[in-house]
Design a protein around this ligand. Structure first.
Ligand code: HSE
Length: 405
């Protein structure tokens, strides 16, 4: 079967590589067909690449080739990926993607169009890189009411935080290393400010609860305020700081969904997820907590998920895989700061006496080199708004939610 790849960056070149290097296993999985890459779309030139005969800069070469029935979109970004994907779907071609930004923004329209035109739009690689999570959630956990999810959803930030925690490396050095390893997005802002994790939260929440959640509904905070001092204080009580996407179901019309740094204690399944690895913990009412763990970024792990979707699409040319969700609504995602009660880590310029007056007995944390006018402590469970009110007149340096996942 002829297939095409749009976008020949880290993931797209990995897709071509996996298709070529895994021909025999792909043939077994499709039931006899091989995937033959007939076009690679990219505006850049790759003079040293062996696939010169396959490159095109013209999208119409793919759109108008009737023999191409499955296309991998690994371009990233909403435009022109949305326009291309919609045209391909309308032309009766299945599209698979690793493009979380597009699925988070336009998934509803694209899934509806795929349904209407009897083709598949698959996006296993859009969350968790190589980790199987979309199908397991949609199919294997189908009997559960999902109560909540929490995930380490960004490999770059997890890599950076791990380097800070384990090696005392500075944020800047760790980011540079992540970029050199090919984990970071083109613009690392999307990783370190939490936007990439936010898009993945949108996809997971939409899939788990059946209503589209858009990025602008998900409060998002990245890791740029996390310092080695915060890392030391939390480590003194067996905690690690992770960038978490957290989602909770309240009822049909109400969920919370947000991305922020979180203190994770050693009993959690998420505490030992290190380096570029991702993990998604799904809490179901029948199954309990299940955790999906694996490489969340990188060329071949992400390509592994994209090619698996291509195989699935190739096997289901006459039948649709049913993935989808409905329209969301403006007030569907509530303000988690007003409703979710958790303990908080707080670091402030204050005395222990001043803190006790505000919070009563709390657990104070210690670190080597701690200035005499600095305190760090863990509060009792409260909402973030209550915490802010209590700290109104305190010179606060940082606050981080302690997760209950
Ligand atoms: N930049 C992303 C990450 C790539 O670091 O997780 C995978 O989405």
């Amino acid at each position: 079967m002829k297939v095409a790849v749009m976008g020949y960056g880290t993931v797209g070149s990995g897709v071509v590589e996996v298709i070529e290097s895994h021909e025999s296993v792909i043939k077994k999985r499709t039931g006899g067909d091989i995937l033959e890459v007939s076009h690679i779309l990219d505006l850049r030139d790759f003079p040293d690449d062996k696939h010169q005969a396959l490159f095109t800069k013209d999208f119409n070469d793919i759109l108008n080739d009737e023999e191409v029935s499955v296309v991998a979109e690994t371009m990233g970004g909403v435009n022109p990926a949305y326009d291309f994907t919609m045209k391909l779907i309308k032309a009766g071609k299945s599209v698979v993607t690793s493009n979380k930004e597009l699925v988070a923004q336009k998934g509803l329209e694209l899934l509806r169009a795929a349904k209407e035109h009897g083709v598949n739009y698959l996006f296993e690689a859009s969350v968790g890189g190589g980790i199987p999570i979309i199908r397991p959630m949609d199919q294997c956990l189908a009997a559960n009411n999902i109560i909540g999810l929490a995930g380490i959803l960004n490999g770059t930030t997890n890599f950076i935080l791990t380097k800070m925690i384990e090696d005392g490396m500075t944020f800047e050095d760790a980011l540079k290393l992540a970029q050199d390893n090919g984990y970071a997005e083109k613009d690392p802002t999307a990783d370190i400010e939490g936007f990439d994790a936010c898009r993945k939260v949108c996809i997971l929440a939409s899939l788990a609860f059946g209503k589209h959640v858009y990025p602008n509904q998900v409060a998002t905070e990245g890791i740029t305020n996390i310092t080695l001092e915060d890392v030391s204080y939390t480590a003194s009580v067996g905690g690690v700081i992770k960038l978490l996407g957290q989602i909770r179901y309240f009822d049909e019309d109400k969920i919370s969904a947000f991305v922020s740094p979180a203190v994770v204690f050693s009993g959690s399944q998420l505490a030992n997820v290190n380096g570029v690895f991702n993990a998604i913990l799904v809490r179901g009412d029948a199954v309990g907590d299940v955790c999906f763990y694996g490489p969340g970024a990188g060329k071949l792990p992400t390509a592994s998920a994209v090619v698996a979707d291509m195989v699935d699409a190739a096997k289901h040319t006459k039948r649709r895989k049913i993935f989808g969700w409905d329209e969301g609504s403006e007030n569907y995602v509530v303000d988690h700061k007003a409703v979710l009660k958790n303990p908080f880590y707080v670091r402030a310029k204050a005395s222990e006496g001043e803190i006790k007056k505000l919070f009563g007995e709390v657990k104070f944390l210690k670190r080597i080199g701690q200035p005499s006018d600095e305190v760090a402590f863990i509060t009792d469970a409260m909402t973030e708004n209550e915490l802010k009110t209590k700290l109104e007149n305190t010179d606060t340096i940082n606050t981080i939610r302690v997760t209950d996942y």
